[in-house]
Design a protein around this ligand. Structure first.
Ligand SMILES: Cc1ncc(COP(=O)(O)O)c(C=O)c1O
Length: 354
């Protein structure tokens, strides 16, 4: 797998083809219909784009983002990647897998974002996979201190450099070029060609909005290419007011990277934060019910931190929507976290069916 540049991207995306990218999966993810969930909701026609199947180590949206981070890392001749996130982060698990695939080392810093005494949270799911992938583990005692987490990562990188390694940091906080979001600018090209080929008509797309890279990248790409499909970001990390600022910042950062103007307006940024409570990394009852419903209507697996919350919002909105409208759920993965949260999800299995 070389560091490649992408050929044949539309000129509206400016310099994107000259930005280094390391291909980590073979391309298009499928769009499937969800007939049973459609019947259950009794509203919009429901589709799902399977970005949970992006091949690398259980897959997920972060594979697309990592293609640009690893492109940059390899362009700088790095041999070690450093990344920070929650204990059950999907991003760090996939970064560790990508590093291994490319013959690199990975340092993972686990932040204390979630207060829980569930032993599976700390030892199973993604946390177990990080160990299996042989990442070097570090910890950071806070969960709401992005600049502190980035600073500690920089200190670890400095030590590695002094020991002769060539580290590359995937930063957490805002204020860095949003390389990861470019993965979803490319995904917008893919989606629009699927819509054209399949003669699909999609009114709204639902996506979990955490760092905001997926949401902002997709929205930026769609608007740059002249599509007005609505993109609804479901907040999983912070409330809608704070997330709006993130999405605006990322869109501005993408425009700068690509050397084009952003076509994203304030009205384009649509956020739902009704399913964020009780907070990041903790699933409320609506989320748990959505996970069970998704599994039992469509055989699809959604996670408690990201896609379960997004699915709860999707179900709520789809249920009251017009039968002639079509909603697409961008399934961003997160499957291994089911095992890190097994106890709380098992509790949901006792809920009465509605
Ligand atoms: C499974 C899953 N879905 C959605 C998201 C949110 O994506 P983003 O951080 O690009 O907003 C994440 C982030 O870690 C994730 O792991």
């Amino acid at each position: 797998m070389g560091t490649s540049h992408i050929a044949n991207l539309p000129k509206e995306l400016g310099r994107i083809a000259s930005i280094p990218r390391t291909q980590l999966f073979s391309g298009t993810t499928v769009i499937e219909s969800m007939p049973n969930l459609t019947t259950h909701c009794g509203g919009a026609q429901l589709l799902v784009k399977r970005d949970d199947c992006t091949q690398l180590a259980f897959g997920g949206n972060k594979v697309r983002q990592l293609e640009f981070y690893f492109g940059a890392a390899r362009a700088q001749n790095a041999d070690t990647v450093l990344i920070t996130s929650a204990v059950q982060s999907n991003f760090v698990r996939m970064a560790a897998a990508a590093a291994r695939k490319l013959g690199m080392q990975c340092h993972i810093q686990q932040e204390e974002r979630v207060t829980t005494d569930d032993p599976s949270y700390r030892n199973s799911g993604n946390a177990f996979l990080d160990k299996l992938l042989g990442a070097t583990m570090h910890s950071y005692p806070h969960g709401e201190d992005e600049s502190g987490a980035d600073q500690q990562l920089a200190a670890i990188a400095a030590e590695l450099e002094a020991a002769g390694r060539r580290p590359f940091i995937i930063p957490l906080g805002p204020g860095h070029p949003p390389l990861g979001a470019l993965g979803y600018v490319v995904a917008a090209v893919e989606l629009l060609s699927q819509i054209e080929e399949g003669e699909l008509s999609i009114d709204e797309i639902f996506v979990g909005s955490g760092s905001g890279a997926t949401h902002a990248g997709l929205l930026f790409g769609l608007r740059a290419l002249g599509s007005d499909i609505s993109v609804r970001g479901v907040c999983v990390r912070r409330d809608a007011a704070r997330q709006r600022v993130r999405i605006q910042d990322i869109c501005a950062g993408i425009a700068k990277l690509l050397g084009v103007n952003s076509n994203v307006t304030d009205e384009d940024i649509s956020l739902i934060d009704d399913f964020l409570a009780p907070g990041y990394g903790i699933a409320g009852d609506a989320t748990l019910k959505a996970i069970v419903l998704g599994a039992r209507t469509e055989g699809l697996l959604f996670d408690p931190v990201y896609t379960g919350k997004a699915l709860a919002a999707f179900i709520q909105q789809a249920s009251t929507a017009n039968k002639h409208s079509t909603f697409l759920f961008l399934h961003t993965g997160g499957t291994p976290a089911l095992f890190g949260y097994q106890e709380s999800i098992e509790r949901a299995l006792t809920f009465k069916a509605e």
